[in-house]
Structure formats: structure tokens, C-alpha cells
Design a protein around this ligand. Structure first.
Ligand SMILES: [Zn+2]
Length: 256
């Protein structure tokens, strides 16, 4: 158990403000939604629009709280990458869903099916913020209440690293063993794709773009969506997301 509610947005932002100040990175107000502020964090290199580096996001679905705390704790661990590469973080882009413990936002919208929709006020601000940016890697952190283990969607323009990344986390929570997850075919917890994504969005997702796919098509060389099973112990889920962050950012650090 956490020593506080897993859905305490006030505490979350207080801790982000403290860690941003300590790390010398900027916590910027992106917009407001449902009475809550939405923040984005960027370091100096990202603010200077240096290409490359990493994009991180959690809390797109409000009922998936482990990645939100994992991302904060990872940042509180003072990762070296903050001083080396451009880093942009969306700590919790759906605060009303986070507070209410719902997948969708307070207007009933699933943000992860509308990242192309600049008519949505938060997504419109996100698109303005993202204009002209180009990352090496995007990590989208999620949870799944139907899952029996961890799994990974990999969108990659180079050799697959998905298996290694899952290996780095499976001591904490084992891999999903089902060969079909959410209607897609998985192999030992991994689904790798690189093309035909527009057709996938049209035919299987009702035409609405998830964050990871839009990032891959417009803003990032590679894009991963890591999922933990949300019926598992919260502390282990947080640890699994932190292990994923460590493993996924390591190769970038080594090539920096
Ligand atoms: Zn999700």
C-alpha cells in the first residue's frame, strides 16, 4: 500500500513541483480541465528544441494509477538522463479521470482515442506544445484490468528491443501469457509493429488515435506502450514501471 491515496492529484503535483525545482527543470501549465491544472515538464535541452531524447507520459487513463506514481518516483531518483538528453514528461494528462478513478475524462472522453483531435482543449494544447519536436523514444505507461501479466506494444523503426525490456521487468511481475490481448496477437507479452498504422486506427480503433501511434507517426522514432495488470499489488506495479523506465532509457544514455 501507498501511505496516501493512489488518486491524490494535489499531492502528486506538490511533489512534482518540488522535484522540478530540485532538478532545475520547468513544470509548465499546459491547460486546465474539469477544474484541474494539466502540467508538462521539460528540461533545458527540450525547451531549446534540441532533437532526440525522450518523451514520457502517464495518467492518460485515470483508473491506471501505478504509472503516474512510478514516473514521479523515477524523477525523484534524479535520473542522469535529465542532464544529458532532451526530456519531456506529461505526468498526468487526465487529472479529472485520475481523481475520479475513471478511464475517461470528466466529459466521458477517452483521451487515448483522440490524440489527433485538436478540437479537444487539452489535446489541442498538447499538439501546440508538440509542434516541431522530434524524439528518439516515447514511453507511454498504462495498466490493464483484464491482464494477467505485463505486456508491451512496440512501434519501432529499428531492431526490436521489446523482449529485453520485458525481461528487465518480469522478475517483478511475470509476462502476460495470453496470445491475444485486447483483440491483438501477442508473442510472450510482446507485439511489435512498424507500419499499416493508419489502417489499424481506422479499422480497429474507430478512427481515433492513441498517443503512442500519433507519437510514432509524427514525433518519435520509436514508441512503446507498457502495461501492468491493475489487479496486481500496487507497489509491485509501480516497481515494474520503474524497471521499465530504467531499462528503456539506458540504451539512450549509452549512445548519448
Ligand atoms: Zn490505459
Amino acid at each position: 500500500m501507498l501511505p496516501h491515496s493512489g488518486h491524490d492529484y494535489t499531492l502528486l503535483i506538490r511533489r512534482w513541483k518540488a522535484v522540478a525545482e530540485r532538478a532545475g527543470v520547468e513544470l509548465r501549465l499546459l491547460n486546465e480541465t474539469g477544474g484541474y491544472p494539466v502540467f508538462v515538464v521539460e528540461n533545458e535541452q527540450a525547451a531549446a528544441r534540441e532533437p532526440g531524447g525522450i518523451y514520457l507520459s502517464a495518467g492518460v487513463h485515470g483508473d491506471e494509477c501505478a504509472p503516474v506514481w512510478a514516473l514521479l518516483q523515477w524523477m525523484e531518483s534524479d535520473p542522469e538522463i535529465l542532464r544529458r538528453l532532451p526530456v519531456v514528461i506529461f505526468p498526468c494528462i487526465n487529472p479529472s479521470g485520475f481523481v475520479e478513478n475513471t478511464r475517461r475524462d470528466h466529459e466521458g472522453i477517452d483521451l487515448n482515442r483522440c490524440f489527433e483531435n485538436n478540437a479537444h482543449h487539452v489535446i489541442g494544447s498538447w499538439q501546440t506544445f508538440m509542434e516541431g519536436r522530434q524524439f528518439d523514444l516515447a514511453l507511454n505507461l498504462h495498466e490493464d484490468y483484464d491482464a494477467g501479466g505485463i505486456y508491451l506494444y512496440e512501434l519501432a523503426r529499428e531492431d526490436s528491443k521489446g523482449n529485453e525490456l520485458l525481461s528487465a521487468c518480469e522478475k517483478i511481475i511475470p509476462r502476460e501469457t495470453a496470445s491475444t490481448v485486447d483483440g491483438s496477437d501477442f508473442n510472450n507479452g510482446l507485439l511489435t509493429r512498424s507500419g499499416d498504422l493508419e489502417r489499424l486506427v481506422e479499422e480497429e480503433l474507430g478512427g481515433g488515435y492513441p498517443e503512442a501511434i500519433l507519437l510514432f507517426l509524427r514525433y518519435s522514432r520509436n514508441s512503446y506502450t507498457f502495461e501492468t495488470p491493475s489487479e496486481f499489488d500496487l507497489i509491485r506495479r509501480i516497481e515494474a514501471h520503474q524497471a521499465f523506465l530504467e531499462a528503456a532509457t539506458k540504451p539512450l544514455m549509452e549512445s548519448a
